[in-house]
Design a protein around this ligand. Structure first.
Ligand SMILES: [Zn+2]
Length: 356
C-alpha cells in the first residue's frame, strides 16, 4: 500500500491554534489525536509536559469533541488541556498504561479541579489494569492509586476547609469522582470501554507489572496507544525491541502513538544509560519497522528518550550531541517505514475524517 493511498482518508494535519477548516457540507465523523505531553520518563526538560494523549471523536458539528478520552496524565496535563480548551469536567474517560509517576501524576491535579468545579458529577471513568503482582513481590495497584488520590489534601485539612465553604461538594474528596473499571491481563485485545461509535480495547504488554496498551476504533479511523511497551524478551537476542501484543493491536490501525528511545542510548554507544532501561523501551527503528508491518499511515513518536535538543537524558550525556527530529526520522525510515513519522512535541495533533 502506497503512502498516498494510506493517507487518502487524512484530510487535516492541524497545528495548535489553527482554525477548524470552514465550509463542511455534511456532518462527517472525525477523530483527533493530540499529544498532551511528550516528555520521556521522570526528568524535566524545557517545560515539556509529562506523557499523555488526548483522543477526541465527533463530527463537524462539534469539532470532533463529542467523546474525549485521555490516555495517561503526566505532569502538566491540565494546563495542556486548557490550551486545547478542553475542560477537565468534559473528559469522558481516562486510561492508564501503567503506574509510573511520569504517566500518572497529573491525575491529582485533574481530579482536584474536577472536585472543585464539577463535584455534582458526572463521575469520570478511569480504566486500567487490575492489581498485578510483580516478580519482585510488590503489587502494582491502579485501584489504590485512585482511591487515595485525594489523601494528601484530606490530611492537610484542605478538603474539610473547602467543604465548609461549599457543603455540596462530595464529602469523600476527589477520589469520590472516579468510576473505576479494572480489566484482567490479556494477551488478546479485550474491549474495556465503549460509548456509541467509539470502542476502546486493551492488551497486556511488557514494561512494568500491569502495563497495558490501547486501541481506539471509530468510524473516522483508529489509533493505537502503545504506552511504554517493549518486547516480552527483556534483552537481546530477540527479533525486535517492540511488543508483539502492540503489533497485534496495531494491525490495520491508522495511527500508532508510542513511547520511543533512540538507538544512540543503547549500550553500543557510551552514554552510560542503564542497559535494562534501554532494553525495556521500543527503539525508533524497531517502531518504524513495526508501523510498516501494521500498515499505519502515521507513526507518532512520543515520550522521547532523549528529548529533542537535550544534551543529557537525566544525568546521562547524549553521544555525539543533541538529537533533532531528523535523527528520529532517519531511524524509522532507515528501518523501512514508508508512512509519515511525527516526532512528537507537546500538542502535536492529527485529525482523520471519514470519507464521504
Ligand atoms: Zn514512561
Amino acid at each position: 500500500m502506497s503512502f498516498f493511498t494510506r493517507c487518502a482518508r487524512i484530510v487535516g494535519l492541524l497545528a495548535l491554534g489553527s482554525a477548524w477548516l470552514s465550509g463542511p457540507v455534511f456532518a462527517a465523523p472525525c477523530l483527533t489525536v493530540t499529544l498532551t505531553g511528550t516528555q520521556g520518563g521522570p526528568p524535566v526538560f524545557n517545560g515539556q509536559a509529562g506523557a499523555g494523549t488526548l483522543v477526541q471523536y465527533g463530527d463537524d458539528s462539534d469539532n470532533c469533541r463529542a467523546t474525549q478520552l485521555q490516555f495517561d496524565t503526566g505532569r502538566g496535563t491540565t494546563q495542556q488541556l486548557s490550551k486545547l480548551r478542553v475542560p477537565v469536567g468534559k473528559l469522558n474517560a481516562i486510561f492508564y498504561s501503567h503506574m509510573h509517576s511520569d504517566h500518572t501524576e497529573g491525575l491529582s491535579d485533574l481530579l482536584q479541579l474536577r472536585w472543585h468545579f464539577n463535584s455534582g458529577g458526572p463521575k469520570v471513568d478511569v480504566v486500567c489494569a487490575a492489581d498485578t503482582p510483580s516478580f519482585a513481590g510488590h503489587v502494582i495497584s491502579c485501584e489504590k492509586f485512585t482511591q487515595h488520590i485525594g489523601d494528601a489534601l484530606i490530611q492537610s485539612g484542605e478538603i474539610a476547609q473547602r467543604l465548609s465553604e461549599n457543603p455540596k461538594r462530595l464529602p469523600e474528596g476527589p477520589a469520590g469522582l472516579v468510576n473505576l473499571t479494572r480489566f484482567e491481563a490479556s494477551a488478546e485485545p479485550v474491549t474495556v470501554w465503549q460509548q456509541g461509535d467509539v470502542k476502546v480495547s486493551a492488551i497486556t504488554s511488557r514494561h512494568i507489572a500491569g502495563h497495558a496498551s490501547y486501541r481506539v476504533d471509530t468510524p473516522a479511523g483508529s489509533v493505537v496507544i502503545g504506552g511504554d511497551a517493549g518486547n516480552d524478551k527483556p534483552k537481546p537476542p530477540r527479533d525486535s525491541s517492540t511488543s508483539k501484543q502492540v503489533e497485534t493491536l496495531a494491525a490495520g490501525a491508522d495511527i500508532i502513538v508510542h513511547s520511543t528511545i533512540h538507538p544512540v542510548m543503547g549500550p553500543d554507544f557510551d552514554s552510560g544509560f542503564p542497559p535494562p532501561i534501554f532494553f525495556r523501551q521500543s527503539t525508533a527503528a524497531d517502531l518504524g519497522a513495526m508501523a510498516e508491518r501494521s500498515g499505519a499511515s502515521h507513526l507518532m513518536l512520543t515520550h522521547l528518550i532523549p528529548p529533542l535538543g537535550a544534551k543529557k537524558q537525566g544525568p546521562y550525556p547524549i553521544p555525539n550531541g543533541p538529537l533533532t527530529k531528523a535523527s528520529y526520522i532517519e531511524a524509522t525510515t532507515g528501518a523501512g517505514y514508508s508512512g509519515k513519522t511525527i516526532v512528537g512535541t507537546d500538542l502535536e495533533s492529527i485529525t482523520l475524517k471519514a470519507a464521504p
